[in-house]
Design a binder for this molecule. Structure first.
Ligand code: GLU
Length: 472
């Protein structure tokens, strides 16, 4: 394939970046340095599959070293190519900057269809990929920390960790070489649902801003809003779950094989089970089938959540999208042409590099846990409970009144790991929302929220470079 055709997604990221730079005041050299991918590692390695030797093509791209380690997931998909990994690595830099996570951006990928391999073969491929990364110093708690992405999960992260541990025996912080691990292998509670939960917190915060809702002609809050989610993977599933639990109505769910809709609302868990049992999302009891999955993007709804792959909404189908808010749970689901359509239509696009940052935020918490070698809440849980019991006892004695049992339990409860992770994530998403919105408000000529998010990110990365003293 000619190289030029490969550079599409990265070009789209560059386009969005260039749209934002006129609203910043950085030296063109600094802007150029921020934009480039600092280190690109493309590798081929042989793996014996059955009685054949397969040559596997894989990548790791470190987009920015303005802060280290670099951070970003590893994707297993046939569609993985250099352009995609570069674009996703760049998005990671901006994403981390926006949510104040002190990492440079990176991304990895292996060009395989994971469904075509047994668990045994996938383990061999993952372990070999990890040793290639180790050889070139492209993994380590202080250099580059991978995580799950499309096609990978806790299982693959555990293999990566085990390979790393066996090649770096005695390295005290080795557990921090990868995140998204199972809890039993140094993972953190709350990581699995983190991206979906972050999507929910982000959209909920946007829906709580009066002038934004007024501009969109929508009522305040998430409650009662209709939501369509494309993709029932880890991110889409959890986003749907938290929207439903937050009082929204998930009226549409889409997967590869088609989509379903029910104006009365869908329960993601039941749909998930149905798909597991029947092999398809279609024919879910009470719902109407939509045979072409992409048509679900055009359903009448308040909030549309594309949570699958990139480029699903483009200049062609964007004019037909009816949602008032589009929350980019996936990375790069909208093309720059789609962005232009939505600016004209007055639709609010809540950008990926901010909205799906929940995953990397909780990865950061996991990494900190690994470096501190202690579970969150272990030191303070009992102390807090004893203190709260004492305060409550004193209040009851002084007032002569008793607090109800449910309230008592809530007040006395000392924080568990998941409580702290959830509240850390909630705080992160709320702060990031207001930073982006404040930037947008301070300069109304900024055309959309994506550009405002880029301005915030560029300013933070630019400050880092400038303060590192790289540029005299
Ligand atoms: N792959 C996820 C992302 O694109 C998570 C990355 C991480 O946790 O490092 O944001």
């Amino acid at each position: 394939m000619p190289i030029r055709n490969e550079y599409k997604f990265f070009e789209a990221v560059e386009k969005s970046f260039d749209k934002a730079t006129p609203f910043t005041h950085w030296d063109p050299g600094i802007l150029e340095q921020i934009k480039q991918c600092n280190a690109v590692y493309r590798m081929f390695f042989p793996v014996k599959i059955g009685d054949k030797i397969e040559v596997i093509k894989a990548y790791r791209v470190q987009h920015s070293h303005h802060k280290t380690p670099c951070k970003g997931g590893i994707r297993f998909a046939l569609t993985v190519n250099l352009d995609e990994v570069m674009a996703l690595a760049a998005l990671m830099t901006y994403k981390c900057a926006i949510v104040n996570v002190p990492f440079g951006g990176a991304k990895g990928g292996i060009a395989i269809d994971p469904k075509k391999y047994s668990a045994y073969d996938l383990e061999k491929i993952t372990r070999r990929y990890t040793s290639e990364l180790i050889k070139k110093n492209f993994i380590g708690p202080g250099t580059d920390v991978p995580a799950p992405d499309y096609g990978t999960g806790e299982r693959e992260m555990a293999w990566i960790l085990d390979t790393y541990l066996s090649m770096r025996p005695g390295e005290i912080d080795a557990l921090g070489c990868v995140t998204g691990k199972p809890v039993t292998q140094g993972g953190v509670r709350g990581r699995k649902e983190a991206t979906g939960l972050g999507v929910y917190y982000g959209i909920r915060e946007v829906c709580n801003i009066p002038d934004v809702m007024k501009r969109l002609g929508l009522a305040m809050g998430v409650e009662g809003k209709t939501v369509v989610v494309q993709g029932l993977g880890n991110v889409g599933f959890h986003a749907a779950k938290f929207f439903r639990e937050g009082g929204a109505k998930v009226i549409g769910l889409a997967e590869f094989e088609g989509a379903i809709t029910n104006p009365a609302g869908l329960n993601e868990e039941e749909v998930f089970q149905h798909r597991k049992n029947t092999g398809s999302i279609l024919n879910f009891p009470g719902a109407t089938n939509i045979t072409r999955s992409v048509d679900a993007l055009e359903l009448e709804c308040d909030i549309l959540i594309p949570a699958a792959l990139e480029n699903v909404i483009n200049g062609k189908n964007a004019p037909r999208v009816k949602a008032r808010i589009i929350g980019e749970a996936a990375n790069g689901p909208l093309t720059p042409e789609a962005d232009e359509v939505f600016i004209k239509k007055g639709v609010l696009v809540v950008p990926d590099m901010y909205l799906n940052a929940g995953g990397v935020t909780v990865s950061y918490f996991e990494w900190l846990k690994n470096l501190s070698h202690v579970r969150y809440g272990r030191m303070e849980k009992r102390f807090t409970e004893n203190l709260n019991t004492h305060i409550l006892g004193q209040l009851e004695e002084l007032t002569g009144k008793n607090v109800k049992t449910k309230e008592r339990e809530f007040i006395m409860h000392g924080p568990e790991e998941a409580d702290l992770v959830y509240s850390g994530l909630e705080e992160t998403m709320i702060t990031a929302t207001h930073e982006i919105m404040a930037c947008w408000k301070s300069n109304p000529t900024i055309p959309d929220m994506r550009t405002a998010a880029y301005v915030v990110a560029i300013n933070k990365v630019g400050t880092s470079y400038a303060e590192l003293g790289i540029f005299p």
